[in-house]
Design a protein around this ligand. Sequence first.
Ligand code: PEP
Length: 251
Amino acid sequence: MRKLIAGNWKMNGALAANRALMEALLAGVQARSPACDVAVCPPAVYLAQLQALLQGQDAIALGAQDVSEHEAGAFTGNVAAAMLREFGVRYAIVGHSERRNYQGESDAQVALKAQRALAAGITPIVCVGETLQEREQGQTEAVVTRQLDALLECSGARVADMVLAYEPLWAIGTGHAATPQQAQEVHAALRARLRAALSVPQAAGVRILYGGSMNAANAASLLAQPDIDGGLVGGASLKAQDFLEIIAAAG
Ligand code: PEP
């Protein structure tokens, strides 16, 4: 399966810095056409700038970091999927653990956001993952299955058109990535759950990304696992050289 490497810039960026980063990334991917899909997900205020910078090429796609579960209306501060689409957005991260934690987003709300994105022609990248405490208590599989089941309940077979991202919370921004074996184990469990809910070919076609301190040094071994179909990259996506090395590791 063609892998996807998506950069989550989180709340980082500035007009001049974004331009410099994108010029370096575009030069890098043009010099060596990657055999994977690539996306960058800047803060929403920079989508228009990035849309302009990415015009006329299709090696790097544009993504958002969130999308409203509502279609339109009195939802101050929210951004609708149709609005994102107008700015050329192809992917939207939903259910990132930082939003689940700081904005109190529930499994059901995340599932609605994913459904709303898909309806507008945007591929949701739905994050699932356990805390360190949940892992230590042996609940990892139960937690990610509960999060995936909310998606299946809401969208049924359309989950086949989504991207999943396994992001253990203890690995995000800590410099301690999951080992390839730890990640593969959870990815395989997610794939098995998809197989039980969808058809076998549909389940095989769902891209399951790994996220959590992925970097230039560990990307190749993580991406070599049979059920790891790409990466959702935070910190390392802000450094052109590191992000390009991760892209190269994906093919
Ligand atoms: C993320 O925030 O999605 C992430 C994976 O961050 P980092 O790569 O910095 O751990």
